[in-house]
Design a binder for this molecule. Structure first.
Ligand SMILES: Nc1nc2c(ncn2[C@@H]2O[C@H](COP(=O)(O)OP(=O)(O)OP(=O)(O)O)[C@@H](O)[C@H]2O)c(=O)[nH]1
Length: 822
């Protein structure tokens, strides 16, 4: 663990020994002392060790920064991460002149000592996961190269830190702060973007902070989201006909009192909900709409469907959002008393729900801490700490009648007050240099002057060239800010730019609603009907026959599979209804038999669908999966066939195919349970299917189960949310001939690593892996260490090291888990 090169007699290791005080037997000449993972609350007596060059006190319970540290003048490396330190006294760092490496992450620091910059040798400084509001004291550290300040309460970074000449910073990580200056999107681009931002600020300062609020309207179907959205925009009630259901997402803008609102109205039906993750971005204002007239205080399901489901999903996906509850249809309630009763009931239940979640996480933390070997769970404990730090703000419910003008006005001013209150909505303002504003204005101007096509799809490079005609900026200056600006505009909902998808990163969608319209043509509750309605002419354009249409309809209905030719027809029809004579655009979006279009790339990227070969039998010749072996041939090649078909798990109706192939569970099946905390998010399993199946040449899928096959070995993945603690089970079956036993575990591990990659898309989620104890009648599980490491660890060693003991005291033979040892 210690990077310094110390001879063994100078190194003293007393880590992980549950010590509450410094051990007596540490030799005075010790150079490197490892005390991590103990139970120290104070560090008294450390000043005797004046030869120490390095000390590791991480993962203890220290509450005060040890004052005696100032005596350790030879100290070069100091680890104090994962403690409970709240403050650091003055007069310590000026004595630590040789200190190069300082790790103080995961503490409770609110302030830095003003003299920290007198510790002039510091090269590496980790202050992430604290509560710091200001890091100005760091200005003046001449050798600082790497600065980590993620997940604090910083609203600004000191510009002096990034001026050439005053410091040598080459790495700065500052995500997870309510930053305004520079905004977080700048920090996401790394040190060069931050430097460029401050340079622009110097050249084109702006004191105005741009207040743009992405407002997402969520809630059940018919709750009144579109009505709210349109009424707010018009400042008076706008009636929405019952048959005028939102499909996908509708976007509109409102300028009010210097604030720009971007309203994203999400359709409430389930089919649409499963694509929302494509468009939900963090730190938005969420208006959760509840129809109060149909809400029941006595039926628990009512709260569950109308509120719990939504808050839970928001919490799992964007845990740092602010949720404003709005109760509609008040006029259809009996009287004011009923409205108030429902309001109180909802608020009370929301409070209980949030408190319960917290309690579950805390209990889970205690369970892990009390385990025989808590150090195995260090990473999971950190993750739980992170979840506990997230604080979804749910504001009180505002009851309104959408048909009354006073109520619409009341809601508008309520929203204004909420976002202007800093404590509620920290993220609404970003301070941008004037040049950024000019570039954004230019983009809008170009669009309204039709220099950017109406559909808004344009290459980043072409956009850059057009902007240069409107804004007086050098090509280099524009180049240095354009990517940030696109990232920023994407986050606030003005444009859509999928920077992370390599096939699309060179394209910007200036008009997000166009993109959504394309989505709507495929992801919709009545897709079967749409497909049935495809005309002969449209079929001919694609070179298809009426007979084929019936096959498509049948495959979609029975197997949740949509042929790409059918997809092309539906999307083309959707586009042509909007835009005429844009053949190139149609090809770009829809694709051809040989080349995948934008829409298919997006649907696959966001795991809405999985390219698939339907059916297939066991193939004993299929290559064995060897983790880490890049040469392994998976279904990937078949995957990107634009003339193939795609499986849409959202359209799957049952599990019959899987049940039929798998039969009954067997006693000697190996099984692993992955528990998700606080629960498995809605739509998660669909994406599990998409991710895992894409790895295997042969698979069968059902609504909550999928069966994978590699060679002649079978692996079943299924969701179980019927028990109190929901889990995903991975069951693997011995083949008749035993020679492939090792691969069973490989299959399991491969599926698990996919599961964990996927679970990272839900920042409000954590998971734990268990293997049920095979001892007859034993209800306990073997708990595994954190599997997140799977991707970057040699997991053969990881598994080998495990000594699995269940709470009933049974040990599991490791060779059963890892037969390579035999
Ligand atoms: N009387 C009354 N009717 C309302 C109120 N709010 C909404 N409505 C009506 O309820 C119906 C559904 O409203 P929408 O705004 O379309 O609901 P939505 O949540 O957007 O529904 P989806 O598009 O399916 O997601 C419409 O006919 C509205 O006019 C209200 O406060 N009072």
């Amino acid at each position: 663990m210690l990077p310094l090169d110390a001879s063994s007699w100078e190194v003293h290791d007393v880590s992980g020994q549950k010590r509450k005080a410094l051990p007596q037997d540490v030799p005075l000449h010790t150079r490197s002392l490892d005390l991590q993972r103990n139970k120290l609350k104070r560090v008294t007596g450390i000043s005797r060790f004046i030869f120490l060059t390095e000390i590791n006190l991480s993962r203890n319970k220290i509450v005060e920064f040890p004052h005696e540290m100032h005596n350790l003048q030879k100290l070069e490396g100091l680890y104090l991460n994962q403690n409970n330190i709240k403050s650091i006294p003055e007069e310590i760092f000026p004595h630590l002149r040789r200190l190069k490496f300082l790790k103080l992450s995961s503490n409770r620091l609110t302030k830095l000592p003003s003299d920290i910059n007198q510790s002039t040798s510091i090269i590496y400084l980790d202050l992430s996961k604290n509560c710091l509001q200001d890091i100005q004291p760091l200005v003046g550290l001449p050798k600082l190269k790497e600065l980590l300040v993620e997940k604090n309460q910083l609203t600004e970074l000191p510009s002096q830190l990034f001026q050439n000449g005053t410091c040598e910073l080459s790495v700065c990580k500052a995500m997870g702060n309510p930053l305004r200056c520079p905004p977080e999107e700048v920090c996401a681009g790394g040190i060069m973007d931050i430097k460029s931002y401050f340079q622009q600020m110097e050249e084109n300062p702006s004191t105005r902070s741009a207040l743009t609020v992405k407002t997402m309207f969520l809630g059940c179907s018919m709750a009144g989201k579109s009505t709210l959205c349109r009424s707010l925009k018009n400042g008076k009630p706008v009636a929405v006909a019952v048959e005028d259901r939102t499909e996908g997402i509708e976007i509109s803008q409102l300028y009010a009192q210097g604030v720009r609102f971007l309203f994203w109205d999400f359709a409430g039906q389930e089919e649409y909900y499963l694509t929302h993750h494509v468009f939900i971005t963090p730190r938005a204002l969420v208006i959760l709409t509840v129809d109060l007239a149909s809400y029941s205080t006595v039926d628990p399901q009512s709260f569950k469907d109308k509120i719990w489901f939504w808050i839970n999903n928001i919490q799992l996906r964007v845990p740092d959002s602010v949720v404003l509850l709005v109760g509609t249809h008040c006029d259809q309630c009996k009287d004011q008393k009923e409205v108030m009763e429902k309001k109180d009931d909802i608020e009370e239940k929301v409070k209980t729900m949030l408190a319960n979640r917290r309690a579950v996480l805390q209990q889970q933390k205690r369970n892990l801490e009390e385990d025989l070997n808590p150090s195995l769970f260090a990473d999971q404990l950190d993750e739980l700490d992170c979840l506990l730090e997230y604080n979804l703000k749910v504001l009180d419910l505002l009851p309104i009648n959408c048909t009354k003008i006073e109520d619409v006005v009341k809601l508008r001013s309520h929203i204004m007050t909420s976002i202007q209150s800093e404590s509620v909505f920290l993220y609404s303002g970003s301070i941008l240099p004037k040049s950024y504003e000019l570039v954004e204005q230019a983009i809008h101007a170009l669009h309204s002057l039709k220099e950017i096509p109406q559909h808004g799809i344009i290459q980043v490079e072409e956009l850059g060239d057009l902007i240069l005609r409107y804004v007086q900026l050098s090509r280099e200056s524009l180049h240095s800010i354009l990517r940030f600006l696109l990232r920023y505009l994407h986050r606030i909902g003005v444009i859509v730019w999928y920077e992370e998808i390599s096939a699309l990163s060179d394209r910007v969608f200036i008009q997000p609603s166009f993109l959504i319209t394309m989505f709507k043509t495929i992801v919709r509750y009545d897709l079967v009907k749409q497909l049935e309605g495809v005309s002969k002419d449209l079929l001919m354009q694609e070179g298809a026959l009426v007979k084929q249409k019936f096959t498509w309809v049948d495959d979609l209905r029975c197997r949740g599979t949509l042929h790409n030719a059918a997809l092309r027809i539906l999307v083309r029809r959707g586009i042509e209804e909007l835009i005429k004579n844009e053949d190139d655009l149609v090809v770009e979006v829809v694709g051809t038999k040989r080349e995948e279009g934008i829409i298919l790339t997006l649907l696959q990227h966001f795991e809405v669908c999985l390219p698939t070969v339907v059916g297939g039998t066991l193939n004993p010749q299929a290559p064995e999966f060897i983790p880490g072996d890049k040469q392994w041939k998976s279904a990937r090649e078949a995957k990107r066939d634009p003339d193939g078909a795609c499986l849409f798990p959202i359209y799957l109706k049952d599990d019959s195919i899987v049940c039929q192939k798998w039969g009954e569970d067997r006693q000697d099946d190996l099984s692993v349970h992955v528990y998700f905390l606080p629960e498995i998010p809605h739509g998660f399993f669909h994406r599990v299917i998409v991710k895992t199946c894409s790895l295997y040449p042969t698979h069968w899928v059902g609504r909550e189960q999928c069966l994978l096959c590699c060679g002649n070995r079978l692996c079943l993945v299924r969701q179980n949310d019927k028990d109190e603690d929901p889990f995903i089970e991975i069951r693997s079956r011995r083949p008749e001939q035993d020679e492939g036993f090792r691969s069973l575990w490989d299959l399991i591990l491969a599926v698990m690593s996919k599961l964990f990659v996927l679970s990272r898309q839900w920042p409000g989620l954590t998971q734990q892996v268990h293997t049920p104890c095979p001892e007859k009648g034993c209800p306990h599980y073997f708990t595994w260490r954190d599997w997140q490491e799977l991707n970057n660890t040699d997991f053969y060693n990881l598994v080998k090291e495990e000594k699995l003991v269940c709470k009933g005291g049974h040990t599991r033979r490791t060779e059963l888990i890892f037969p390579k040892d035999k």
